[in-house]
Design a protein around this ligand. Structure first.
Ligand code: FES
Ligand code: FE
Length: 459
């Protein structure tokens, strides 16, 4: 049951129309709705903040955002990771004004209250005069703490202390995400601080696209096919685009991933045939991006045989985690004919109803040679970075949708999600979740909106 009514009388059911699979465009610009989203989505669900390789040593910290709330992500002396609200409980100043660094005490610049990396209160500058009074004991004066979970080195946190566990949040997607984030002995490394830039659009415009909008690849990213990167020929792009076919995986939590056949999707690999080849042979013929021949045995140590087989054959390549994370695992060609690829995550951090901060986290395997890491970094920047050939297309489109969402007439247009064909388990498929084989469809994005609906309906 939807539990809010906006001041003009609109209810959640008027905005997300479950009977006709439409969403009112005004959801992208409405300020009251945005405030409710901060409470009901961003203060309730799990959010990605960074990677543990950003803070390898005791005292290391980075400052990040959970919705509009800023937090300090730290590592303490016991090697534990903490996420604390960056708000001084004295008079509300930011405790940490740097973006990243190392400190064994965070001292507020306003009146000098100091806090440990785990958020606990150390003291005020003039202890003997009881500068913090004597009504509250020190254990009551620490920074507000979020609940933290580290998965594959990725640091997630939530304010929903008693809410769903991280495993419940990931659900059936863990099987697929392990193939990208938990596949080698030493795991991944974040390559440098994330790239960040602000775009003039609401967070849900890129957010709902990360619900595996496969269709836009065909048109908006057409240059990938015209340039011969993806399969098909320029003349037959709309009839014969292997990148449009695969198995889209989704779940009721709103996450999704598009699994595409490694050897079929890209024109440059079209002479590779896996017919009659073992998993080991397939990996040798076309190693997944970031995996060198030396790292192949590690895949078998860290993943189940079924997971390795999928990674070798029809890996998850693009998708997202609800509410604001995009996953990109890209088989990237090089001008010399080789391929290394890219592995990146984006978060779309809300900065008001009409602004989003696009954060691009770029990864490589920690144990990969330096040259491979450089290739992964370069590929990620060239494809999915601020200046990348893929994301530039998207970053040009989203602000134009935003502009339309503000027009008094155009705001009432509805977005259509009616290419729904229902889920169906392909024969022999080993992973879980809701499965959508064949040509890409709207089902995964509609699942994203249903996850949004369900959170927004809860007070
Ligand atoms: Fe931080 Fe006063 S606001 S010490
Ligand atoms: Fe795109």
């Amino acid at each position: 049951k939807a539990t809010f009514t906006l001041s003009d009388g609109a209810t959640l059911d008027d905005l997300v129309k479950r009977d006709s699979y439409e969403v009112a465009l005004r959801v992208m610009s409405d300020e009251e709705l945005y405030k409710l989203e901060m409470e009901r989505v961003f203060a309730k669900t799990w959010l990605l903040l960074g990677h543990d390789t950003e803070i390898p040593n005791a005292g290391d910290f980075v400052v990040r955002d959970m919705g509009e709330d800023q937090v300090i992500v730290t590592r303490d002396r016991n090697n534990e990771i903490h996420v604390s609200l960056n708000v001084c409980p004295h008079r509300g100043m930011k405790v940490c004004t740097a973006e990243a660094g190392n400190a064994h005490a965070h001292r507020c610049i306003y009146h000098g209250w100091a806090f440990r990396p785990d958020g606990s209160f150390i003291g005020a500058p003039v202890e003997k005069e009881q500068m913090h009074g004597n009504l509250l004991t020190k254990d009551k004066l620490g920074l507000k703490k979020a609940r933290v979970e580290v998965y594959g080195g990725l640091i997630f946190a939530t304010w929903n202390i008693d809410g769903p566990s991280f495993d419940d949040y990931l659900g059936d997607m863990k099987y697929y995400l392990d193939q990208l984030f938990c596949r080698t002995d030493s795991g991944l490394e974040l390559l440098g601080p994330p790239q960040r830039f602000i775009l003039p659009c609401n967070w849900k415009i890129p957010g709902e696209q990360s619900g595996s909008d496969g269709f836009h690849t065909l048109t908006l990213h057409r240059s990938l096919m015209e340039g011969g990167v993806m399969g098909g020929t320029p003349e037959s792009i709309y009839d014969n685009a292997p990148g449009m076919y695969g198995v889209d995986v989704s779940c009721e939590q709103g996450h999704s991933l598009r699994c595409l056949e490694a050897a079929q999707t890209f024109k440059m690999f079209s002479d590779i045939s896996f017919e009659g080849k073992s998993v080991e042979e397939r990996l040798q013929m076309l190693p997944p991006p970031g995996i060198t021949k030396e790292l192949i045995p590690q895949l078998f140590n860290n993943l189940s045989p079924d997971q390795v087989e999928q990674l070798a054959t029809i890996p998850p390549q693009v998708g997202g985690l609800f509410p604001n994370i995009l996953v990109a695992f890209i088989f990237a060609p090089r001008t010399d004919g080789g391929s290394s690829g890219a592995l990146a995550l984006h978060t779309y951090v809300p900065r008001g109803p009409d602004k989003v901060e696009f954060v691009n986290f770029i990864f490589a395997e920690k144990d990969a040679p330096e040259q491979v890491k450089r290739d992964m970094l370069q590929n990620s920047i060239q494809q999915t970075g601020t200046s990348g050939v893929i994301e530039q297309d998207d970053a040009d489109t989203w602000p134009q949708i935003m502009r339309n969402a503000r027009g008094v007439v155009s705001k009432d247009i509805t977005l259509k999600y009616q290419a729904l064909h229902g889920h169906e388990r392909p024969e022999g498929w080993k992973g879980g979740g809701l499965l959508y084989p064949g040509f890409t469809k709207d089902d995964t994005q509609w699942n994203w909106w249903m996850a949004y609906y369900n959170l927004m309906a809860e007070a």
